[in-house]
Write a new protein. Structure first.
Length: 462
């Protein structure tokens, strides 16, 4: 920058410090400069900043020399390669996981300016970022998953796809391996590339696998993936219905010398995701998934017919409560206590969420979220002289929610005679209905005895 822009070292340092300062606050330099609460001493004036940016926008524009952003990008990647990817004498190859994803940079570009000037973006590819609904360009970044160290950066260029940029990045990062003709077929051995579904297309996967690399990540619905969802014409693929319970579907596909595991994951709440992995480090014949989507089979032991109901309940408690490493006598006392609780006071209905029994039970139960919402809306409307006030106060105090119940008489809580509230009819009805619900529930709770099943049933019905 000093040579191409004819700047001093002090000016370059001040320019970079000011740019990073504005980026940290997500504001313009002019806004920070004029803000009364920000001490702007030592940073570059906004007029000078704009002059440097204008100079950057024309460097290399005529084609007689390399564009400045390309030169800076190449210098940065060379330094990163020397720091984190170099293989000197005595180097021992090991497994490296590289997460490659895109950084969406926002840039307010004028359509008229782009039409007049084909080099308006200096060779960078303009795009519309869908999620944020703004224009800009994209920088693909490769980072070490284990350390977080940056390994490579590459701006998506005009006329290129994400696949082209991905391929150029991996060939630049590992050019010292790929250039060796006798070992090119194993150049990416031990390198695991982790990316999301926007990158994984068949040509890129074939290229990486052809260099003995490993691919890992989510997938789009495409012709070579055996699973699909929400499609009326699956073309021979298995359609995963999202409306059913949580499930995992597995398939295997042979790609050259690699065995690929393809998985369809149904969340149980309507969502379906597709993923793949070709990591064969655990088994020479079968690809293994080295991440866990769900504790698959966690509830199988509960449905076993070889153990008694008491043993099921005790095991459920022991899975949730860690027994401290005391003497065997203390551990036995804890187990006896848990057994007593599980057999006399609690009935285990399900041991995991989002399965079929969980959905069925939730339909007819007072869940914690609905109970809290009812208390939060109704408790402030109950005056201190109400017959259920004291009982409700005991319950809320035990739960650590006593703040929900206002203390004081009806006049203090704003519900006494003569008070007129400017609430809508719908809000008043909601408060009355919720208040009556809480009152009926608390009244039922007051009549419950430890072994009174009738009282418990009355609460469930209410």
């Amino acid at each position: 920058m000093m040579r191409r822009l004819d700047l001093s070292y002090e000016e370059v340092s001040q320019f970079l410090a000011t740019t990073y300062f504005a980026a940290e606050f997500g504001a313009t330099v002019k806004h920070l400069e004029d803000h009364r609460a920000i001490k702007y001493d030592g940073y570059m004036k906004s007029d000078r900043i704009n002059e440097i940016w204008k100079a950057i926008s024309v460097v290399g524009k005529t084609g007689s020399e390399e564009k400045l952003w390309q030169e800076i990008q190449d210098a940065l990647n060379k330094s990163l390669k020397d720091l984190f990817l170099a293989e000197g004498e005595g180097f021992r190859p090991n497994v490296m996981r590289i997460a490659l994803d895109d950084d969406k940079v926002h840039f307010h570009m004028a359509t008229s300016a782009m039409r007049k000037d084909g080099e308006y973006l200096l060779g960078m590819k303009a795009c519309q970022h869908v999620k944020s609904n703004v224009r800009g360009f994209t920088i693909d970044s490769a980072v070490s998953s284990a350390t977080g160290f940056p390994l490579h950066f590459s701006v998506l260029r005009q006329g290129e796809s994400n696949t082209d940029n991905y391929q150029r990045m991996l060939e630049s990062m590992f050019s010292h391996r790929i250039s060796r003709g006798e070992t090119k077929h194993a150049a990416l051995n031990g390198i695991i590339f982790c990316s999301d579904r926007g990158y994984w297309v068949a040509p890129l996967i074939s290229h990486i696998l052809g260099l003995a690399g490993t691919v890992f990540g989510t997938l789009k619905r495409t012709w070579w993936v055996p699973y699909t969802y929400d499609q009326k014409k699956p073309n021979g693929r298995e359609v995963i219905q999202g409306k059913y319970g949580r499930s995992c579907f597995l398939a295997f596909s042979r790609w050259k010398r690699n065995m690929m595991k393809i998985m369809a994951w149904r969340s149980g709440t309507g969502g379906v995701a597709l993923a793949m992995n070709t990591d064969n480090s655990g088994d020479a014949e079968e690809a293994t998934m080295d991440f866990c989507f769900v504790k698959y089979g966690d509830g199988k032991w509960y449905k076993s017919t070889t153990i008694t109901q008491g043993e099921r309940d005790l095991k459920a408690f022991q899975r949730e409560i860690e027994i401290p490493p005391h003497s065997e006598e203390v551990a036995q006392q804890i187990r006896d206590y848990l057994l007593e609780i599980s057999s006399t006071k609690v009935k285990m209905l399900t041991v995991s969420d989002l399965d079929f029994s969980w959905f069925s039970l939730r339909m007819y139960s007072l869940t914690s979220s609905s109970a809290y919402a009812s208390l939060r809306f109704a408790a402030p409307t109950i005056p201190s002289d109400d017959e259920i006030h004291d009982a409700l106060m005991d319950v809320l105090d035990y739960c650590g929610l006593s703040r929900l119940l206002r203390e004081g008489d009806a006049e203090e809580t704003g519900t006494g005679e003569g008070d007129e509230e400017d609430n809508s009819e719908g809000e008043n009805n909601r408060d009355v209905m919720t208040s009556e619900f809480v009152k009926s529930t608390v009244k039922s709770m007051k009549t419950i005895q430890p072994d009174d099943e009738t009282g418990i049933e009355s609460i469930i019905r209410k």
